[in-house]
Write a protein that binds this ligand. Structure first.
Ligand code: SF4
Length: 458
């Protein structure tokens, strides 16, 4: 079985083999969650902001066609060339077409989860185009030949020693050098050369404003600005759900975004792009790739409100201890688990089950997405549509029959107690994943039903 065909539980098991890594991954993300809490509690209006953001996004999703048209007209009037892509394939072809038109084979790219979703780097590589990712975390995973494991902290799963080894191999740093300051300065020097020599820069989009036709890109490193300002051609790629109606709404989202993501009061760079500078081309690719289908699924459309802050990942006990790669999709964690089945139910049928349904994700979500309810609803859809694994389906049928019959229920309870007492290996073995990380409970002498029947008579 290759990594590509493994499900969440199997991939999580690979991550779990390195217990030290699991522990600091868990602790680091919880530390970020705690920073988020501290920063949120300093704003008495936090809940009002969440409510407002959720309402604004609800309005956008309810009138998406009108806002998209308004945005397109305003962007065109500003001199931006607008492209529409129905799916990932069209998106990649459009970007490749623009590179071919400008006769370039090298491009610098800042962070864009949409391009990860569309597998743009791989597509361009097969067409002889070299892409350098300029976000430090993304550059690290790119050098490692991996996908980002977190939407805000792409290399959170990597130890600094591993990063030192990568930089030694690819950027010529001394061996065994893992000082973060030194490694960051090395990456900075190497990326500066890239910024100065690339004619085309691609950026993502955090927010697009329908009223003005401008878009906003948020980074902490200023790498999107360096790329876009120095390039002759700026290509920006965005999912169609990134719209907000007016510029005055931006403040609500900017206040929520970084506090939720890292606990900072504001992102270091929130750059507005409205029109190309003289002599520059500015292209904007608007991508659907399954979003209109999700929009039509009433129970799941709220997932399109997501502003990609990563807070639901940082708080999720499953994500923290299974790592982002175990979700085998571009956007991992709780939000990824409700977005991915929309794209391919068969491939991502395991993800809505990779949750305890504790609800912590919904509690921290700045746009109030009912994430854990949607996880639960996806489970029902997947079972109804026949995508649940055969083993699980049979187990559920047996369970339904057992719970529907008091005689069967009592007999099964008795058998379970006897098995745990006299043959514990029958349940505590490698075939039963539930017991891999757990200790066996001791078996009670009698069930509650038996105890009650006896004591009620007294
Ligand atoms: S679902 Fe909510 S918490 Fe998770 S990344 Fe999106 S906006 Fe952030």
């Amino acid at each position: 079985m290759t990594t590509e065909t493994k499900d969440h539980a199997e991939l999580a098991e690979i991550f779990n083999k390195d217990e030290d890594r699991v522990d600091w991954h868990d602790e680091t993300l919880w530390w970020i969650r705690a920073k988020r809490d501290k920063s949120v509690h300093q704003l008495p209006e936090w809940e009002a902001l969440r409510e407002a953001a959720s309402g604004i996004k609800h309005n956008v999703l309810s009138n998406l066609n009108a806002y998209l048209q308004e945005f397109e007209s305003a962007a065109k009037a500003n001199g931006i060339i607008v492209h529409w892509a129905a799916d990932a394939k069209e998106h990649n072809e459009i970007v490749h077409g623009l590179l071919a038109e400008n006769k370039v084979t090298q491009m610098v790219k800042s962070k864009s989860m949409l391009t990860e979703e569309c597998h743009l780097n791989d597509y361009l590589a097969t067409h002889g185009i070299e892409v350098i990712d300029s976000d430090l975390g993304e550059r690290i995973v790119q050098l490692a030949g991996e996908a980002p494991s977190h939407i805000v902290l792409p290399c959170i799963h990597k130890k600094k020693e591993e990063i030192g080894d990568l930089f030694h191999m690819y950027l010529g740093t001394p061996s065994n050098m893992s000082d973060p300051q030194f490694l960051t300065e090395t990456a900075r020097g190497s990326l500066r050369e890239t910024f100065l020599t690339r004619k085309v820069a691609l950026t993502g989009v955090n927010f697009a404003i329908a009223e003005t036709g401008e878009f906003v890109v948020c980074t902490n490193e200023g790498n999107a600005d360096m790329g876009a300002h120095l390039a002759d051609v700026h290509i920006a790629c965005m999912g169609i759900e990134k719209l907000i109606p007016k510029r005055e709404h931006l403040g609500v989202f900017l206040r929520l975004l970084t506090r939720s993501a890292t606990g900072q009061p504001i992102t270091t760079y929130s750059s507005h792009f409205k029109k190309p500078r003289a002599g520059q081309q500015m292209h904007l690719v608007l991508v659907d790739n399954g979003r209109s289908i999700q929009l039509g699924r009433e129970d799941f459309r709220n997932s399109l409100k997501c502003i990609r802050c990563g807070a639901c990942m940082n708080t999720c006990p499953v994500y923290r201890r299974s790592g982002g790669h175990s979700y085998h999709t571009a956007v991992a964690g709780p939000i990824g688990s409700i977005l991915a089945p929309n794209l391919d139910m068969r491939k991502y049928a395991d993800l809505p089950f990779a949750s305890t349904l504790c609800g912590s994700c919904s509690n921290v979500c700045p746009v109030k997405i009912d994430i854990h309810d949607q996880l639960y609803k996806w489970r029902q859809v997947l079972v109804k549509e026949g995508y649940a694994p055969t083993g699980k389906k049979i187990a559920m049928q047996v369970m339904a029959k057992t719970l529907a019959s008091p005689t069967l229920y009592h007999a099964a309870g008795k058998m379970g107690r006897l098995t745990i007492k006299y043959a514990p290996f029958a349940v505590s073995n490698k075939l039963n994943p539930w017991y891999k990380q757990r200790e066996m409970p001791s078996s009670p002498e009698q069930s509650f039903g038996e105890w009650y029947a006896k004591n009620r008579k007294k």
